[in-house]
Write a protein that binds this ligand. Structure first.
Ligand SMILES: [Zn+2]
Length: 110
């Protein structure tokens, strides 16, 4: 979708529309969105997130980018939270990183 197809935009008086189009220099709304999202991706990259998939999303699915990228970032946040813990080498029950003993199988780690 670009400005020419946008209902809000089409509802504006013509001189206002022309002014906006000139200000954007023919840039479409998709272009603006893509730019905004690219900045967001950079911010995530700076924070150490894996953005390879998300960059792909930007090319493949702009309309759903916001929702899908948020889901991918949430997944990564969840994984990181998980890495503060570890699994018992014997029974694979999840343990706090400070655990000295597995409450499930009784293995000791201290
Ligand atoms: Zn165990």
């Amino acid at each position: 979708m670009n400005l020419a197809d946008d209902e809000d935009f089409q509802g504006m008086p013509e001189d206002v529309r022309n002014e906006i189009l000139q200000a954007f220099g023919g840039v479409t709304r998709d272009d603006l969105l893509r730019e905004e999202y690219a900045h967001q991706i950079e911010a995530w990259r700076t924070k150490g997130f894996d953005v390879a998939h998300i960059e792909h999303l930007l090319e493949e699915d702009l309309p759903d980018f916001r929702e899908r990228s948020a889901r991918l970032i949430r997944l990564q946040v969840a994984k990181r939270a998980d890495s503060g813990r570890y699994r018992c080498p014997l029974c694979e029950v999840r343990l706090e990183s400070t655990a000295e003993e597995c409450g499930n199988c009784g293995a000791r780690f201290s």
